[in-house]
Design a protein around this ligand. Structure first.
Ligand code: ARG
Length: 292
């Protein structure tokens, strides 16, 4: 019996006579950065058009709702101070990858974001974590997602494939390299989300055929997103194992999540999406002792 079947048979029945798997949330610890300086003043992904006006106050209220929803669900959310002149710093997922008491801080691909790393180095050092900055291009949890024993690791647009080796060694966790091919889905967290230890959802066409084969092999029961789901940024989701905060509008994905026993919570991220960001981009998960 594989793990997924086992989960289904052991927990499906209680409270779910229909046979839907009962999902269970666990308490999480996140780091977020308020969009105080949010703007689109340059373009480093196809979603960004500096010619179009942005509204900082709308971005702030959309961000605040994500923050408050996570707190309402019982999770701890810490804040890192936003630095002036860094309009993308709201996308905290890119700042680092964190496990236990170790943080590997990002080395950004584009000069426009490079100065964000100093903020993360300081923040983690001040909290007593062992901190190191990646030596290769590495955009943190934008490209590294924990799924069970593995760290699923994106490359192709931002994080350098050679950075995967460094991350694997730093955390002592097996890295599964996945190559992205569509520049609209430039970080792994725009094309794939880990829902719990053994369940993921993803958009196959965002990956090379080889990476698709790896995902099929490791996650045969994954939830598969349509092009419309992916275009609505529906995969840029944060799951606590039960509740899935995700950009609203990914109708097929939302229905599939519900059928699979998850509780999708749609969030309006229209303004944040002008910078190519959504729910997960705003949320760095600290896989540390405070999450127990
Ligand atoms: N404008 C930002 C960039 O292109 C958006 C980052 C979104 N973050 C993410 N985790 N996908 O870098």
């Amino acid at each position: 019996m594989d793990l997924i079947t086992e989960l289904g048979t052991s927990t499906a029945t209680a409270g779910h006579p229909s046979g839907v798997v009962a999902r269970r949330s666990t308490v999480r610890h996140y780091l977020m950065c308020p969009p105080t300086h949010f703007d689109v003043t340059y373009s480093i992904n196809p979603w960004m058009d500096p010619g179009k006006p942005t509204d900082q106050s709308i971005a702030m209220s959309q961000w605040q709702r994500i923050h408050d929803q996570l707190v309402d669900l019982g999770h701890t959310v810490d804040l890192i101070p936003p630095l002036p002149g860094l309009p993308d710093m709201v996308f905290a997922a890119n700042g680092a990858t964190v496990y236990g008491d170790r943080a590997l801080v990002a080395r950004f691909r584009f000069p426009e974001r490079v100065a964000e790393s100093a903020g993360y180095l300081d923040w983690f050092a001040a909290r007593g974590l062992s901190v190191q900055q990646a030596t290769r291009q590495n955009e943190g949890e934008g490209d590294y997602l924990a799924a069970g024993p593995w760290l699923l690791a994106g490359n192709g647009f931002r994080t350098d494939r050679r950075a995967h080796v460094e991350t694997e060694e730093y955390f002592g966790r097996a890295v599964i390299g996945l190559t992205l091919v569509n520049d609209k889905f430039y970080h792994l967290d725009t094309a794939l989300a880990a829902l719990d230890e053994r369940t993921i959802m993803y958009y196959p066409d965002a990956f090379t055929p080889g990476s698709q084969a790896i995902l099929r092999e490791l996650f045969p029961d994954a939830i598969i997103a349509t092009a419309e789901d992916a275009e609505a940024f529906g995969l840029n989701a944060v799951s606590d194992g039960e509740h899935v905060l995700m950009p609203e509008g990914a109708a097929n994905l939302t229905a599939q999540l519900r059928n699979a026993g998850f509780e999708p919570i749609g969030m309006d991220v229209s303004e944040l999406l002008r910078a190519g960001g959504g729910v997960k981009c705003c949320t760095l998960e600290l896989h540390d002792q405070r999450a127990q």
